[in-house]
Design a protein around this ligand. Structure first.
Ligand SMILES: [Zn+2]
Length: 267
């Protein structure tokens, strides 16, 4: 069944969820039909926009952990829907055509026909109903289950970013350290940020909320329930892959997964 996401079960006593929203390049054929790029242009855009191999880093960390965290992985490209965007006017990326359903590429070129895929339109609703809502509902359910079982949850929001800023980025003036930790004032306790920062400092330069800000929190607990903790880890891609060819440096991915395992020990 094509649910568009995949949950890898962790230990019953693990309160950690590794969320991997942007690692896939898969686009169903009917969704592809609504994208105006040629196949070659689409391949290029996927290379720019996909957080390639972040699922591998998560898997390395999970497999090596004594208490196995849960993994919630998007099995579709973010060009289908972006599960981390708001679907309403709260979404600042809507201004550059990159809300929950992108209408612009990272190069600010047309990705979908903006007159057809406006928020609230039938085509937009279909993507939201088919992919966005089931995804966010299942992730919310997993968070609620872990909360029930453990009394707290720690979400690790796994991303990566290109070494050079893409035209769509709203905060492209910020510096680009090798590791970026995104935090939320309410949901990211200092000790969590510190542990992640310490684990990765030996690996490269670490920045807090630069060049990317914030982390994912499901809506039911957003701003109200501090038992749901969340932190984002963004890895600069040149650390672990050839960005132009899309090829991984496997030994670096192993090392990053090991750093993540160390950071999560005790959470
Ligand atoms: Zn991402």
């Amino acid at each position: 069944m094509d649910e568009g996401f995949e949950i890898t079960q962790g230990d019953e006593n693990s309160s950690v969820i590794l969320h991997v929203p942007h690692s896939s390049t898969r686009i169903p054929a009917d969704v592809r039909a609504g994208i105006v790029l040629s196949d070659a242009e689409l391949d290029q855009e996927l290379l720019r926009i996909t957080d390639s191999f972040t699922d591998k880093v998560a898997a390395v960390a999970a497999n090596a952990s004594s208490s196995t965290p849960w993994i919630f992985r998007n099995d579709l490209s973010r060009l289908v829907i972006d599960p981390e965007r708001f679907t309403d006017e709260r979404e600042e990326m809507l201004a550059v055509g990159m809300g929950a359903v992108y209408t612009r590429t990272s190069q600010k070129q047309p990705l979908r026909d903006e007159t057809i895929f406006q928020p609230g339109s039938p085509a937009w609703n279909e993507l939201i109903d088919t992919y966005f809502t089931p995804y966010t509902r299942a992730l919310q359910q997993l968070v609620n289950e872990r909360l029930e079982a453990c009394g707290e949850v720690t979400i690790i929001d796994m991303h990566s970013f290109p070494s050079s800023a893409l035209p769509y980025e709203l905060h492209a003036d910020l510096s680009r350290p090798e590791i970026c930790i995104g935090t939320d004032d309410f949901h990211t306790p200092d000790d969590l940020t510190k542990k992640i920062a310490e684990a990765f400092t030996s690996f490269g330069t670490v920045g807090i909320n630069e060049p990317f800000i914030g982390t994912y929190v499901p809506l039911e607990q957003y701003g109200t329930d501090q038992r749901v903790r969340s932190v984002m880890i963004e890895i600069r891609r040149d650390l672990y892959m050839d960005e132009a060819a899309g090829e991984a440096r496997g030994e670096v991915i192993e090392a990053l997964g090991e750093k993540l395992r160390i950071a999560l020990a005790g959470f």
